[in-house]
Every structure is written in structure tokens, then in C-alpha cells.
Design a protein around this ligand. Structure first.
Ligand code: FAD
Length: 411
């Protein structure tokens, strides 16, 4: 990072608009920081006391907001899609998990398999808070019913690593599910903390277009005319594919809006700044990553309701072996997919990886803090995106930086 000298490290990362909100810094700072929603509705570390120099050095090495670097690997690296061991589409064989899941319920199927075969003692992932249904909280799932309850995407801030050190210190092996930045953080932390390899059996992720602030959720409530205090349950999607955004109130009223409206016209207007310069929307650091395997219609992903189907990428031998074992045990159905098909299902991810380099150059030119990304082939993907699109993105970023205040932490 270029500019780290004005505020305490964690506050500087947030002020620079680089915090991804994963929560790892809160955990490794051993009580000196905790995650809390900021005024803009994102989860950010709040300093309770200064970090030691050793804690700061560790944060500088592991924070995914300020840097991402792959370890050397034998797996073939696709410039757009990262390390690819195999590419498939598939779905959970358990019809309930498939229906409840965001796309094909594959992540939930993998988790159910790992729990029911005793390969992990529990799963660390995210679900709706039991006490505040609009907010996310960490879930430690120990059986299929727990996994089912946490299935489905939650398009709001989550900090699944905020208590990771306490869990690493306890007995029990677990599977971890998080956003790509959460998994990248944990993978980078594993280079410094041997307990990660000992306790974390699998790291699973999903493709991520960015984390909307809580303001996105509140805007959905405004759209359906429901007050925050009246909400009993809030599901962003799932229960079908893509499934409806569904709000239930304490007095039994149900309001729904479709995915194309809730994600495409509301939530995606509230994405955190760091997500716009994310080179890893596709979960390159995970063992297995899942995404929506949209069918195409008129050259675009088709969001009409269908039976759930996931895109499934294994990123190493460990993940690949898990997928085969799940199929053999009857938890998962899958079939091969040519790599070239991914871009048709995930045009946003392709576009962002092609444009990240020019956006980073804009940050540099404007004298802003710029994350260090290594071994992500960003110059190569920029060349794939073409000069005109890159120039537009460069200028667009310069304009945005000029217009927005750095003080918001969302520049
Ligand atoms: C913020 C966000 C952005 C996304 N962007 C894309 C995208 O660009 N393209 C795409 O194809 N898919 C995207 N998805 C993922 C997609 O919606 C599905 O989650 C993915 O296809 C996996 O589906 P599944 O049926 O296998 O998962 P499920 O079986 O439904 O399991 C989902 C798992 O994800 C975990 N989870 C849900 N929300 C969060 C969260 N906020 N933070 C951490 N963990 C969470 C749950 O705990 C659960 O274990 C996004 C999801 C989120 C939360």
C-alpha cells in the first residue's frame, strides 16, 4: 500500500476505501478492534486500543483489502478464471437443499456431506441473525438442518473471520464458507498461522459481484413499504432459482420482489468501494467455488425461474477430490462444462477482471492508496478487455475519485 502514515493502520485501510469487511483484523488484534457497522452501512473494524506493531505487521501481510497474492501452485491458471482444476455445472441431489440454495444448493450439499460423513465437526459460515433478521451473523452449523437454515445468499455485509482465532484455538475441524475476500484472507493467514491448516478442512466460496451496504437492504424495505422494526424474516433469494427477495413481517404480511429488480436495480447500487477494484470476484483462493450457472437468453443471463443449477469450479486436487466423493456418496450431481462457457454465465466477473488494472492505474495517478495484487495476471486480462474499454474505466474511476470525498471511507 502506498499511503499508510496518517491514521492507525486499520482506520487508514477503511479511510482509503480498501477494507473488504472480512473481520480477520479484528480477530488477530486480540480484542483491540471489533467489527461494527459504520455510518454508510458497511462492516468495518473499530479500534478499541492501538494494535501492537507485531499485530500491524500481521495485518499488513494478511488483509485482503490491501493485498492479494497466490502461493506457487501446479494448477493451470486461467487469466480470467484463476486456478482451474475442473469446471462443471451441477446441483445438490437433496431436493430441499437444491431448492433452498441460492443457485443449485451445491455449497450446502458439500457441507451436509462433510458433516454427515464426520469429516468436519462443524461448518463456519454466515446466516441471518436470530435476533436481528436484517443482519448477518456467524453460524456454526453442526448438521444438515443447520446448513439448510443458512442456505441462500445474503447480500449484505458479513465478517465471518471476526472470531476465527477463538475457533482455531478450540478442538474440532471445520469447513469454512465465505466470500472470495474472506477465503483469500484465511488462505493468506494460513501462511502465518499453522492452526489454519490443522483446523480448517476446506475453504469454500462463491463468486461475488460485491457486497452491498445495509442501505441496499433498507432500500428494498422502502420499495415494498415495510418498516425495519416490522421485519420478522428477510431472504434475498433462494427457495427457487434465482428465487424471490422475500420480506415477512411480524403480523404475517409477505412482500416479494424478483431477483432482477432487487439485485439489478437496488442492491448493486450500494456496493462497497473495494469491490469495484476486486480482482478476485471468482474465489481464486478457495478449494471449491460455486456460482450461478445461468442459462443464456438473447446473449444475456436469463433470470426466469428454473430448477437450481450451479457453476462449480474446483481449484486444486483437494477440492476436486471432495467433489468426486460427494458425487459417489449421492450428495451431488455434476457434469463437465467447457471453460469458454463460464464467460456467458458470468459476464460481470469477466468484465471486472478485465478492467481492474485500469481502475488501479487511476487510483495510482490520483495519488490514492492502491492494493498490491500479485500473480493475478491483471495486465493480461486488461489486454483482453481492449484499449477503449480500459480507457473508459480509467477515466470513469478518475472522475469518481474527483467527485467523492475521501473522508467517507468509500472513495
Ligand atoms: C454478496 C454476494 C455477491 C454474489 N455475487 C455473485 C456473482 O456475481 N455471481 C454469482 O454467480 N454468484 C454470486 N453470488 C453467489 C450466489 O448467489 C450463490 O451463493 C452461489 O451460486 C452458491 O450457490 P449455492 O446454491 O451453491 O449456495 P447455497 O447452498 O445457497 O449456500 C450459500 C452459502 O453461502 C454462505 N453465504 C451466504 N451469504 C453470505 C455472505 N454475505 N457472506 C458469507 N457467506 C455467505 C451461506 O452461509 C451458505 O453456506 C453472490 C453472493 C453474495 C452473498
Amino acid at each position: 500500500m502506498d499511503k499508510m502514515d496518517k491514521l492507525p493502520l486499520l482506520e487508514q485501510i477503511s479511510a482509503d476505501g480498501l477494507c473488504a469487511g472480512c473481520g480477520l483484523c479484528a480477530s488477530v488484534s486480540a480484542g483491540s478492534a471489533r467489527m461494527a457497522l459504520d455510518g454508510a452501512g458497511y462492516l468495518r473494524p473499530t479500534l478499541l486500543q492501538p494494535l501492537t506493531r507485531a499485530q500491524e505487521r500481521l495485518v499488513e501481510q494478511v488483509c485482503p483489502g490491501i493485498g492479494l497474492a497466490h502461493a506457487p501452485s501446479d494448477v493451470a491458471y486461467d487469466a480470467l478464471w484463476g486456478p482451474l482444476r475442473a469446471v462443471r455445472v451441477g446441483h445438490a441431489e437433496d431436493a430441499q437443499l437444491r431448492h433452498a440454495g441460492s443457485s443449485g444448493g451445491v455449497l450446502s450439499a458439500l457441507l451436509a456431506y462433510l458433516l454427515e460423513t464426520g469429516q468436519v465437526d462443524y461448518v463456519l459460515h454466515i446466516g441471518a441473525s436470530d435476533s436481528e433478521p436484517l443482519h448477518n451473523e456467524i453460524k456454526l452449523s453442526r448438521n444438515r438442518a443447520d446448513v439448510l437454515a443458512a442456505a441462500g445468499s445474503r447480500y449484505a455485509p458479513s465478517a465471518p473471520l471476526s472470531g476465527i482465532d477463538a475457533l482455531l484455538a478450540q478442538p474440532g475441524r471445520f469447513a469454512f464458507v465465505g466470500k472470495p475476500c474472506d477465503v483469500a484472507a484465511l488462505r493468506q493467514y494460513a501462511r502465518h498461522q499453522p492452526l489454519v491448516a490443522e483446523k480448517v478442512a476446506y475453504m469454500l466460496s462463491f463468486m461475488c459481484a460485491g457486497v452491498p451496504s445495509m442501505e441496499g437492504t433498507y432500500a428494498i424495505l422502502d420499495r415494498v413499504g415495510v418498516a425495519r422494526r416490522d421485519v420478522r424474516r428477510f431472504a434475498y433469494r433462494g427457495n427457487g432459482w434465482p428465487g424471490m427477495t422475500r420480506v415477512e413481517t411480524h403480523d404475517g404480511k409477505v412482500s416479494e420482489i424478483d431477483y432482477a429488480t432487487s439485485w439489478g436495480t437496488i442492491l448493486n447500487r450500494h456496493l462497497q468501494a473495494r469491490c469495484k477494484i476486486c480482482p478476485d470476484g471468482t474465489g481464486e483462493f478457495a478449494d471449491v467455488v460455486c456460482a450461478d450457472a445461468w442459462y443464456g437468453k438473447d446473449g444475456y443471463p436469463d433470470f426466469s425461474e428454473q430448477q437450481g443449477r450451479s457453476l462449480i469450479l474446483s481449484r486444486n486436487d483437494h477440492g476436486e477430490a471432495l467433489l468426486h466423493a460427494c458425487v459417489a456418496a449421492g450428495y451431488l450431481a455434476m457434469q463437465a462444462l467447457p471453460v469458454a462457457e463460464i464467460a456467458k454465465m458470468q459476464p460481470y466477473q469477466r468484465n471486472r477482471k478485465e478492467m481492474v488494472w485500469s481502475r488501479l492505474m487511476a487510483l495510482r495517478v490520483m495519488g490514492r492508496a492502491t492494493p498490491r495484487y500479485r500473480q493475478l495476471r491483471l495486465l493480461r486480462t486488461a489486454s483482453m478487455g481492449g484499449v477503449v474499454a480500459n480507457a473508459r474505466n480509467f477515466l470513469g474511476m478518475v472522475k469518481r475519485l474527483t467527485l467523492t470525498s475521501k473522508k467517507t471511507g468509500n472513495n
